[in-house]
Write a protein of this length. Structure first.
Lengths: 114, 906
């Protein structure tokens, strides 16, 4: 099956949700660009992987989509956060912070080797 | 929750693929356009912008593929695609599909139908509380018991039942019952209700709650039966009282006695005899309500009761049997009554009681049909095997035909697993369709079977329903068949390296020796199975023919039996003989009637009376068993039994004249070693009603069958009915007439009414009675013939397929042979030789299996042995003829081929 449960997939979903929270309704291309910019171009990813992730989030009910027009008058599919998505974002963000905090403690030099 | 929602959405996606694909395309298109625009803004050339956008996306097709995987359910999609593909393939070959599904349905249907019957007869439990605790008490070996046995499973007399009840300790409750027929109508023509006579605790011991009112308690079954009451079956209540609750408290007339209706049993309780039902239940004490001579409650030579009990908690059958054996001496000692023949008492006292499981109820059907049904199940099992081998053969032929398709698909990257899955899907579809159709056929077939087995005189009530066991049986047979016939070809058909198969051009590996062996093996087993079924069909058909054409010594065409109940006339014993002879002479006046005679035993009706006899002056202990029948004048003429010497029964034979007897040839042969019998005297042992009696032989008649057609000729003694010291209050009269039976019955009916409206009469056509007694034999003969023919047709189809295939594969070779000078005849012989080889191996194998299997069926055969050589020869010859003709068509096609065409082939 298409689901690859690597870190990237999980974090990508979180990034998408955060992006939509920050910028409001946005099309796939916009989300991809935003993620790339925010990461300071550290993440070079295929934009293509974004679409299955968007589909998954939509199937899970965290985002919804509809067709609209872009700034330069092009037809595009816009994604926006749902209420469930907002909650999920809070939850995942909290979990992620916890994880990084724990990892940071492990990785912080000196403290642990007593 | 989220994943469930996602799963449902993905499932939904299966149905709107096209629209969603288009949507994805336009989304990606807009994505690329925006990206290209941005790149152009950044100052790239048009090409550069486009290339970069595409690279960044990671390829349109890959993205779409990943997207689709996420969108729907790939496994399900593949499965659906397989099913669609399989359906398309099956539709493309309607002939193959029809043959496969129909034969499979027939195989599964026949198996399920027979299984359903067997299941209902042998495996079902009584609808009572904890049926596994119910046991029957019977005498372990009743050899030497005296008296009359009044129904097929009667095990106890009334005194015996009372003693068992008094002394037993194994059962928490013990009860007795007996089936009976009771006349509902207070006068005029009889209307019969089938009934149960039961002890007061019958219902409570079984744990049956009334659907309405109450069931019996011990107080309802007290000596004297002061307030006789009756419990109705649900069906009878619905039929007679339209299910009205007001029936409770009403009076029901049974045998001219009013019974108060106290309750109705639940609908699912139809008595303890599987395949029978009952209308009314009355207490055992009703015995004392009829005439004194019909009261059986103080006779120990009248066997009419079934004794059953519910085992105490923790008691096993073994323990109960031990306890019963322990109390047996006391039980038999105190159950003796003066009616028991003195000479047989020592044997009576040695009887031992035992307990057998009875949770499945009693069943005469089970006793008489289950061996035939098991046999039919075996036959239909073989049919299913043939159907499966036939299908395997067809599937294999198709796999060969599709070999190139399979190899091309392998070469294109299809895994072996995928191809097997696909072929398996086809097989499962066929099996599923076959099973579904088969279950439908089964319900029809089993109803037909029941109709076939039920006769007017003994209707069958079997609750036949498709329950989970039948479904499980059918589907496991179908699945087994599917695996058998689709997996083997699927495995073989895909075990081909693509390069090898492609290299070998038109002729794939199917024509290799290994593949052939499998197909030949299939044909050989088909022939073997077919021979088995043919042998069975011929054996049972010939056995049935023997039964219908064998000389019984009786001529019954045009004979009608009338059973006359005279009890309402309240005739004193001494007036009965005269009254009966008046009836006989009255019947003789009916136009068309040739002869009329009374008899105490109707031949071939399974009734019998047997006593020990010895010649005057010889040792009584050296006596022989002989059958007895009391007949009136004209009996031999009515049934066409030839009088060989001496005289017929005469009107002058009476209770005041010398006791005479007419014996048959077997009697003369066994008792007298052929000496002239006329004037000799013999003794009959004491019976429950008479002391030892001496008779003088005044005539000899030809042998005839006594109980049934299957029996051998045995000694029979005919006594003049008028000399019977105990004239019964009923009469059985045989009427031979030239009129059709229906007309005879109508005429006799009006004659009876004219004599007295108080005579209740029942009629039966002798021929119908005999025909009904051969029902199982007829059923087995018909069904085995049908399946035998089916098997032969399937074998022919299989052989034709194989030979046609061989011919097609070897056309090139045939061309070379013919170019080198082989004649058409030689080519024909070559292919027919192939058939002959397969045929002879199959026949030898099938013959050996039939020999082994025949021994199991030997008991069902009449007049021939299970290894009857003629039958085996006939079956093999028939099969050979069909097989040779089936392969002749393709073989001749090969022999007529133009060598040039054959060489250019491919």
């Amino acid at each position: 099956m298409g689901e690859r449960a690597d870190v990237w997939q999980g974090t990508l979903a979180l990034m998408v949700l955060k992006t939509l929270q920050a910028l409001g309704p946005l099309h796939g291309y916009g989300i991809a660009r935003r993620i790339e910019q925010t990461s300071g171009d550290l993440l070079a990813v295929n934009y293509g992987t974004l679409y299955p992730a968007l589909l998954k989030l939509e199937q899970e009910g965290y985002i919804s989509s509809e067709w609209g027009t872009s700034d330069n008058n092009r037809k595009a599919k816009y994604y926006k956060l749902t209420r469930a998505g907002r909650k999920q974002l809070e939850k995942e963000a909290r979990e992620w912070e916890q994880t990084t905090e724990i990892l940071a403690r492990f990785l912080a030099p000196g403290k642990e080797s007593a | 929750m989220k994943s469930l929602r996602a799963l449902l959405l993905r499932l939904g996606e299966l149905f709107r693929k096209e629209r969603r694909d288009a949507e994805l395309s336009s989304e990606l298109e807009s994505h690329l356009r925006m990206h290209i625009e941005d790149n152009l803004h950044a100052g790239m050339s048009h090409e550069e912008a486009r290339r970069l956008a595409l690279t960044k996306l990671g390829g349109i097709e890959q993205t779409k593929e990943n997207y689709r995987d996420r969108r729907g359910l790939p496994v399900l999609e593949v499965l659906l695609r397989d099913i669609q593909y399989a359906l398309r393939m099956l539709r493309k070959n309607p002939g193959f599909t029809a043959v496969a599904v129909l034969t499979l349905a027939l195989g599964i249907g026949a198996n399920s139908a027979i299984f359903q019957m067997l299941d209902a007869l042998t495996m079902a439990s009584l609808p009572v509380r904890n049926p596994q605790e119910i046991a029957e008490v019977k005498i372990a070996d009743r050899q030497g018991a005296r008296g009359s046995v009044e129904f097929w499973n009667a095990q106890a007399s009334y005194p015996l039942w009372e003693e068992i009840r008094r002394r037993q300790q194994s059962f928490s409750s013990i009860f007795a019952w007996s089936p009976g027929q009771y006349n509902l109508s207070p006068s005029g023509e009889a209307r019969w209700a089938s009934g149960l006579e039961v002890s007061g605790n019958f219902f409570s011991a079984l744990g049956i709650q009334p659907a309405l009112g109450r069931v019996f308690v011990d107080a309802d079954d007290q000596p004297g039966c002061n307030a006789p009451s009756v419990v109705l079956s649900n069906a009878f209540w619905q039929r007679e009282f339209a299910g009205s609750p007001s029936a409770i408290g009403k009076k029901l007339i049974l045998e001219r006695q009013p019974y108060e209706i106290i309750g109705v049993t639940p609908a699912n309780f139809t008595g303890l005899e599987v395949g029978k039902n009952f209308d009314v239940a009355i207490p055992l004490c009703s015995e004392s309500l009829g005439s004194a001579e019909d009261n059986r409650s103080n006779a120990s030579a009248e066997w009419w009761l079934v004794v059953m009990g519910r085992l105490k908690p923790g008691w096993t059958l073994e323990k109960a049997s031990e306890q019963l054996a322990l109390i047996s001496p006391g039980v038999f000692e105190s159950s003796l009554r003066p009616d028991y023949p003195r000479a047989s008492i020592p044997q009576y006292l040695k009887f031992k009681l035992t307990a057998i499981p009875a949770g499945g109820g009693l069943s005469q059907l089970r006793e008489s049909y289950s061996s035939s049904l098991w046999l039919l199940l075996a036959i239909t099992g073989v049919v299913l095997l043939i159907v499966c081998t036939n299908l395997a053969n067809l599937m294999l032929a198709r796999a060969s035909a599709r070999e190139r398709e399979l190899t091309v698909r392998t070469a294109l990257g299809a895994s072996r697993m995928r191809l097997i899955c696909q072929l398996l899907t086809e097989g499962l579809l066929l099996a599923g369709a076959g099973a579904a159709l088969g279950v439908w056929i089964a319900t029809i077939l089993s109803k037909l079977l029941l109709q076939f087995l039920a006769t007017e005189s003994s209707p069958i009530f079997l609750p036949l329903h498709l329950d989970w066991r039948t479904i499980a049986f059918a589907s496991s047979v179908a699945t087994g068949a599917c695996i058998l016939f689709s997996l083997a070809p699927a495995l073989r058909g895909t075990r081909v390296s693509p390069s090898a198969a492609l290299k070998s051009s038109g002729r794939g590996a199917t024509s290799g020796p290994a593949r052939f062996t499998l197909r030949r093996l299939l044909v050989v087993s088909q022939i073997a199975f077919s021979l088995m079924l043919l042998v069975g069909a011929l054996l049972f058909t010939r056995s049935f023919l023997n039964l219908t054409t064998d000389d019984t010594g009786l001529r019954w065409q045009g004979v009608v039996i009338s059973y006359l109940d005279l009890s309402r006339l309240n005739l004193p014993v001494e007036r009965r003989p005269l009254f009966k002879s008046e009836i006989v002479s009255n019947f003789q006046q009916i136009p068309g009637v040739e002869s009329v005679a009374e008899t105490s035993i109707i031949p071939l009706s399974n009734a019998s009376r047997t006593n020990k006899v010895w010649m005057d002056g010889s040792d009584p202990t050296q006596g022989t068993e002989s059958s007895f029948s009391s007949v009136g004048p004209g009996f031999f003429k009515t049934l066409g039994i030839g009088v060989l010497a001496g005289r017929d029964v005469l009107k002058s034979d009476s209770s005041s004249s010398l006791n005479v007897a007419i014996v048959n040839e077997s009697f003369v042969h066994q008792m007298l070693r052929g000496a002239s019998p006329l004037g000799l005297r013999f003794w009959r042992e004491a019976t429950p009603r008479d002391p030892e009696m001496r008779f003088e032989i005044v005539g000899v008649v030809k042998d005839s069958k006594y109980r049934n057609i299957r029996g051998k000729f045995t000694p029979i003694v005919y006594l003049p009915q008028a000399q019977d010291p105990h004239p019964a209050n009923f009469a059985q009269v045989l009427i031979r007439s030239t009129l059709p039976p229906a007309a005879t019955i109508a005429a006799v009916k009006s004659a009876v009414t004219r004599i007295s409206p108080d005579i209740t009469a029942t009629y039966e056509v002798f021929d119908t009675m005999v025909r009904d007694s051969l029902i199982t034999d007829r059923l087995v003969a018909w069904l085995s013939s049908f399946f035998g023919l089916l098997a032969v047709v399937l074998a022919a189809v299989g052989l034709y397929g194989v030979i046609a295939y061989v011919v097609a594969q070897r056309t090139n070779e045939v061309g070379i042979r013919m170019a080198l000078g082989a004649s058409g005849g030689e080519i024909l012989r070559m292919f027919l030789g192939e058939t002959a080889a397969l045929l002879s191996i199959g026949c030898v194998v099938g013959g050996l299996i039939s020999l082994a299997a025949g021994r199991a069926a030997a008991a069902l055969l009449y007049g021939l042995k299970s290894y009857d050589p003629l039958t085996f020869g006939l079956a093999a010859a028939l099969l050979a003829a069909v097989a040779i003709s089936a392969s002749f068509i393709p073989a001749r096609r090969a022999a007529r081929v133009d060598p040039m065409v054959a060489l250019r082939y491919e």
